[in-house]
Design a protein around this ligand. Sequence first.
Ligand SMILES: N[C@@H](CCC(=O)N[C@@H](CS)C(=O)NCC(=O)O)C(=O)O
Length: 217
Amino acid sequence: MRLYSGPLSLFSAKTRIALAEKGLQHELIQVGWSRADRYLPYHPEVERLNPKKQVPVLIDGDVTVYDSTLIAEYLEERYPQPPLFPRSIEERVRCRRQEAAADELWFPFIWDLIETRFYPNAGDAPTVQRAAAADRGLAELFARLDRDLAGRDYYCGDFTVADIGTAVFATAAATMGAAPAPELHNVAAWFERVSARPSVATVMADLQAAAASALAA
Ligand SMILES: N[C@@H](CCC(=O)N[C@@H](CS)C(=O)NCC(=O)O)C(=O)O
């Protein structure tokens, strides 16, 4: 199995965590990336395999899958143990809803923070306003997460893809100045629990190291 990943790619991080949780050995290929040119030039294999030219791309025998959500579903079907989706239909819906929310609600705010706080940018008014709006949006999402986690260790039963996506983007938010409010006790306990998992800890540490070296360059 081979994974094309990006050293700073949050979506690749989701896939790497899923692979680690399932104990699946793979060859990890980190595509080129720079702060100035981002993913250009694209890795030729990524460009060939994914019409969106994005990582992550997983190759497993004669199967090629791209998109972190689709890869997680593929892995679950092909390698069901240990499961990363709940058993009951109701909990699976809850899990998929949050996995989608991580990509579609959380990530756009994270992207605003990446563009305004990570990439070199003038501190002009629109930039500052964009970052402030992202902070507010993430604060609302953390508050909602806190309500959703009441009485639960993980988002839907055991650790699932819902926790993976949410943990990746929550970590990125915290790193870029939008940490959850300390009074959100359910989020704090959940964050500690998911961050302590070796899969999450290892992959997020790799990402932090890549970010630090990009900033130092
Ligand atoms: N929906 C996709 C998003 C993948 C994505 O945005 N990948 C980024 C890196 S995090 C990428 O490869 N960007 C390069 C580009 O779009 O030019 C997924 O879940 O995998």
